[in-house]
Design a protein around this ligand. Structure first.
Ligand code: TYD
Ligand code: MG
Length: 463
């Protein structure tokens, strides 16, 4: 009987699977991203199951002895932090990010550090020639290490090479979208090719025990199959983010089988490659100008790491007849709309006749609701023309009735603020049951708020 294969359609941008082709993906709303893929029929596999051919698997008690996986530190502390302490043998890490954000730079730096520590490391590029990589290495000041380079896009050749090099510990593939397998009938970068190539490379990594790092480009246009279609195949996924116009780059774990997913690594792109930023707060606040209305410092948390950021608000009289502008960089615009409504309804702060511009300085994107209070303080300060006190930090979530709500890890936030010389913190009022907060750090006084209206003076109103 001829083998019947059915068809399915996979979105290149988000990885959603559809039974029918459509111009737009239902899941992520991107256009022209669905691509056809063959599905193997299930019949053959279910026959094995029905025939009772399976063997019993061994069962284990939950309370057994555990051994933590050994790790190889890359020597770049910010990268190791996101990895959960270093690379795990036979594990696969996918590093995604926009083209030009610095993935190749980061991995070339990490690979040569590892090689410098005596590990056997292979850097395989499908995008650049060996000479180009050498030139970059000279620029990065890492040319004198024993890193092995190869320029190839042929996965069969790469796997054969790896089989012949048993002492290789770490392999970097830059990028998975350029890789190609002869047996798959589609162009490099398509979902079928990307998946098949990743599958072969991952199998080699598991078999030979080396750590594999795959680079994947994320493209909004869906021109290449994005790292999304690989997320479930790998052990860890990290995204390298940042605004190309800004110096800062943030490495963020989206999935990590061997560590926490909420850690970030902070880097600065310089003319000699990526530099680690071990104290991001100091850097993010470096250009802050005190005594200006519309600015407030947020004591935030990225993973387990406290980060202080400046929230800036500019109000301008609404131009034209249309709705006022709400321009937001680094925060959620829906959240801003909510906060404006709360300030207007619960505190009588009238901002509907004003254009509102909100910016989180430094290029970091804040997702924590704990930033509400800092944004509210910046808005109130901009509306009243009264600067917030320069030694003050803010954190707390704001609810729809204007109540200021508790947020996690107040202690860590306070400590970081104290470390950077701040002397006062405005934070949610302690509630009896959840008052785990210990004494504030030395030299810091606390102003506890129960309601957002406590931020607003009696006669604050934007004209
Ligand atoms: P790259 O690592 O090639 O990005 P990706 O691999 O993610 O596509 O980084 C490219 C950008 O980084 C490029 O615009 C130049 C810049 N860059 C520096 O600013 N300094 C450097 O030392 C290097 C190597 C690159
Ligand atoms: Mg690159």
């Amino acid at each position: 009987m001829a083998k019947k294969t059915s068809r399915q359609y996979v979105c290149k941008a988000c990885g959603a699977v559809h039974a029918k082709w459509a111009g737009q993906c239902d899941a992520c709303q991107e256009w022209n991203t669905l691509e056809e893929m063959a599905v193997e029929p299930l019949a053959a596999s279910s026959a094995t199951v029905r025939a009772g051919k399976g063997r019993r698997v061994q069962l284990h008690g939950l309370g057994g002895k555990v051994e933590l996986p050994p790790r190889t530190g890359t020597g770049i502390a910010e990268l190791d932090r996101v990895l959960g302490g270093g690379l795990v043998p036979a594990s696969v890490v996918l590093v995604g990010g926009d083209p030009g954000i610095g993935k190749s730079t980061l991995l070339l730096q990490a690979a040569s550090r590892l090689a410098g520590k005596g590990e056997r490391v292979l850097y395989i590029s499908g995008e650049e020639a060996v000479d180009q990589i050498r030139l970059r290495a000279i620029r990065l000041g890492v040319a004198q290490t024993s890193l092995d380079l190869a320029a190839s896009i042929n996965v069969a050749d790469i796997v054969a090479t790896l089989e012949a090099e048993p002492d290789v510990k770490v392999v970097v593939i830059d990028s998975i979208q350029t890789m190609w397998l002869e047996t798959v009938e589609s162009a490099p970068g398509t979902v079928s090719q990307v998946r098949a190539c990743a599958f072969e490379l991952i199998r080699a990594a598991k078999r030979r025990g080396f750590s594999l790092i795959l680079v994947g480009h994320v493209t909004k246009e869906g021109a290449l199959a994005g790292p999304r279609v690989l997320e479930h195949m790998v052990d860890a996924v990290m995204y390298f983010e940042g605004d190309r116009g800004h110096q800062f780059r943030i490495l963020r774990a989206a999935k990590n089988r061997y560590g926490a997913t909420d850690e970030i690594g902070v880097f600065a792109m310089t003319d000699r490659g990526l530099e680690e930023v071990s104290n991001p707060s100091a850097l993010f606040l470096a250009e802050r100008r005190g005594n200006i209305a519309g600015s407030a410092v947020f004591a935030g948390l990225e993973g387990t790491r406290p980060v202080l950021l400046e929230v800036q608000v500019l109000l301008a009289p609404k131009g034209g007849d249309g709705a006022p502008r709400r321009a937001v960089v680094g925060w959620d615009s829906g959240r801003l709309a909510m906060l404006l409504a709360v300030l207007e309804t619960r505190c009588g702060l009238k901002l509907s006749g004003m254009d509102v511009y909100l910016n989180v300085a430094g290029g970091l994107k804040v997702v924590e609701p704990a930033a509400d209070l800092a944004v509210a303080a910046a808005l109130v300060s901009a509306a009243s023309g009264v600067p917030t006190s320069p030694g003050e930090v803010y954190f707390g979530e704001v609810g729809l009735s204007g109540e200021v709500r508790q947020v996690a890890q107040a202690d860590a936030r306070l400590k970081e603020a104290a470390k950077l010389g701040f002397t006062q913190a405005v934070l949610p009022r302690r509630i009896a049951r959840g008052s785990a907060r210990s004494r504030p750090p030395e030299g810091m006084s606390l102003r506890e708020l129960g309601h957002i209206s406590d931020l607003v003076g009696p006669d604050v109103e934007a004209e």
